[in-house]
Design a protein around this ligand. Structure first.
Ligand code: BTN
Length: 266
């Protein structure tokens, strides 16, 4: 990919500024700098390589040259957005990537709440939605998406508990990254107007991994806690049932889900 190919392939979409880099530290960092500047809604940063890519909860995200899609999209939110709805933007990224995988490649991805996209139970893609505030004013949400496309996208050392996969492993043809990127952006543009509508939550919930299954919840103050995944609440938080049959609502924060393998409970 290069700036010309990218601009040409996205010319029919109502995007703001489009910036392509051969290499960058993190596309989310650059788009984050745009948040407080006079940069229009739907401005896009794409890079072929990231040297300081970031994932959720301070994890590193690796983007090697010619192997992946790394994008950050600047979204100017509505005038007022309840802070608890910021997590809906993680869902926006996840649903949009899933839609693109389903319609373009006939695949069946799942969303490991809140931000991982799985193919065959392995991690293909991560979403990192970051809100930029000026006092009480939400300036922008930066929607960062990283997708493994070729075998070279997989880090040699995987510090994630889930094995990683890449898109071409699930296809017979090579992926044209600019085409796939276009499809993702079309879906984001479509779905962003539906945030807070019931069919947004049902689209997210329909792809929820481990639904009805027992998983472990891991958080800093409560290291391991088994729970069964029930459904999504209208604000995008995860509703679970604990072994004592009480219900809990989890917001994205610092919590992680771990599938429980080889369990009769599943
Ligand atoms: C995760 O799985 O924890 C989220 C990974 C998000 C990675 C993307 S790649 C483009 C954008 N720039 C970054 O530094 N991170 C996001």
């Amino acid at each position: 990919m290069n700036q010309t190919e990218l601009t040409e392939s996205l010319k029919d979409l109502p995007l703001g500024k489009i910036s392509f880099f051969k290499t960058i530290e993190s596309t989310n960092d650059l788009a984050g700098e745009w948040a407080g500047a006079n940069v229009p809604d739907l401005s896009l940063v794409v890079s072929d390589e990231q040297t300081k890519g970031r994932g959720r909860a301070g994890n590193k995200w690796y983007t090697y040259p010619d192997s992946s899609i790394a994008l950050s999209l600047l979204l100017r939110p509505p005038q007022y957005l309840k802070p608890e709805l910021v997590q809906m933007y993680t869902g926006l990224g996840a649903i949009s990537v899933c839609d693109a995988l389903e319609t373009k490649y006939r695949l069946s991805p799942e969303i490991k709440w809140p931000n991982d996209i799985l193919l065959g139970g392995e991690k293909l893609c991560g979403v990192l939605a970051e809100a930029h505030w000026s006092g009480d004013n939400l300036q922008a949400i930066i929607l960062g998406i990283g997708i493994n496309i070729t075998q070279n996208s997989i880090p040699l050392i995987n510090n994630n508990h889930l094995p990683a996969t890449y898109l071409e492993k699930h296809l017979t043809n090579k992926v044209i990254r600019s085409d796939f990127l276009k499809s993702i952006l079309e879906n984001i543009i479509k779905w962003r107007t539906k945030i807070e509508k019931p069919n947004f939550i049902s689209a997210w919930e329909a792809r929820l991994a481990y639904k009805g299954k027992l998983i472990n919840l891991i958080s800093t103050n409560n290291p391991i806690h088994p729970a069964r995944i029930k459904h999504l609440a209208p604000d995008g938080s995860l509703v679970v049932e604990y072994p004592d049959m009480t219900e809990g609502r989890i917001t994205a924060g610092e919590i992680h889900l771990r599938p429980i393998v080889d369990s009769d409970e599943n």
